[in-house]
Design a protein around this ligand. Structure first.
Ligand code: CUA
Length: 343
């Protein structure tokens, strides 16, 4: 090999190794400085850790293959190139040893990737029997969370007791969505007419972002949710609050006027409130004031944002199935006063 070829090879190797190291280290660095809350590279549950471990395994194999294949390519390009005044490169045909080698080696590598992959698929699919059941229903463009054993239905904020196994049954009311909590579990398609399942358990407490991960129409990107992972006692308090009856507002209050508007308006067709309405098209508003966000996690749940939302929902969330109902400011004000009592 000529000195020039050697030099070129050394430069190439350094570049490839540098890129490989960056690819492996950079996600870790990004996480260390705060990173992206939607990262899958900082798993917070056993399921997410399994998936992340599988990714690491496959990335290492890919880096090794990349370095070897690209290295061989560069060596070949430099070493066997046509030189000025030299003879034309000679094509060769057939080399049994090489052909056997490049059939067997990929087969071995694929086996090293396939075995842990299949093991992980089975572990991730085995929903534990003692898990807390939650039915997840995808709607354009929000998430319904229903706890059949607790008798609670809520939207866009999934409360779970930390440390407990959580089993999710996923369904869709309209089109295909994909349910994804990056810190806790992989993605799972949410398909109309079919029940899919996933599970996770996390000891981590806090609020973790989730997102629809399958294009499902205009506001796909706005189909967000949160997972609130809390100690069992806090979860029990939340459960009790969700089930506690809400007193009817005093007839002289603005909230009572809001209830009257709610009852006689279009709201009842889509939303549910205990003893008032039974709509299932939109999110349950029974305990709407206990949620921290509205419009599937886009806006904070405060009177200002609620007013703007009720006033003209499609202007706040493109494609919103809740129409602009052309309500007067006074009516919107009253409705918000009523919804604020739902806690
Ligand atoms: Cu639902 Cu994208």
């Amino acid at each position: 090999m000529s000195a020039r070829t050697m030099r070129a090879l050394r430069v190439f190797s350094a570049v490839v190794l540098g890129l490989a190291v960056l690819a492996l280290v950079f996600p870790g660095l990004a996480g260390a400085v705060g990173g992206n809350p939607q990262t899958t590279l900082e798993p917070k549950s056993a399921v997410a850790t399994m998936i992340d471990g599988l990714l690491d395994n496959i990335v290492i194999w890919c880096v090794v293959i990349f370095v070897i294949v690209e290295g061989a390519l560069i060596v070949t390009v430099f070493r066997f190139r046509r030189r000025p005044g030299g003879p034309a490169p000679r094509p060769i045909h057939g080399n049994t040893t090489l052909e056997i080698a490049w059939t067997i080696i990929p087969a071995i590598i694929l086996a090293f990737i396939a075995v842990p992959t299949v093991q992980t698929i089975f572990k991730v699919a085995a929903v534990p029997k003692d898990a807390l059941q939650v039915r997840v229903v995808g709607h354009q463009w929000w998430w319904e969370f229903n706890y059949p054993t607790l008798g609670i239905t809520t939207a866009n904020e999934l409360h779970v007791p930390a440390g407990r196994n959580i089993a999710l049954e996923l369904e869709s009311m309209d089109v295909i969505h994909s349910f994804w909590i990056p810190a806790f579990a992989g993605k799972r398609d949410v398909i109309p007419g079919r029940k899919n399942h996933m599970w996770f358990a996390t000891g981590a407490e806090g609020t973790f972002p989730g997102q629809c991960a399958e294009y499902c129409g205009t506001s796909h990107a706005n189909m967000m949710f949160k997972v609130v992972s809390q100690p069992q006692a806090e979860f029990d308090a939340w459960t009790a609050q969700q089930k506690a009856p809400v007193p009817v507002p005093d007839s002289t209050t603005l909230a009572a006027r809001g209830l009257a508007i709610y009852r006689t308006g279009l709201c009842v067709a889509c939303h549910q409130i205990d003893g008032v309405s039974f709509g299932v098209v939109g999110p349950s508003l029974n305990k709407v004031a206990t949620r921290t966000t509205i419009a599937s996690g886009i806006y904070p749940n405060d009177p200002e944002h609620l007013k703007a939302w009720i006033k003209n929902a499609p202007a706040k969330k493109p494609g919103s199935l809740m129409p602009n109902m052309n309500l007067s400011d006074a009516d919107v004000e009253a409705l918000v006063a009523f919804l604020e009592t739902r806690r």
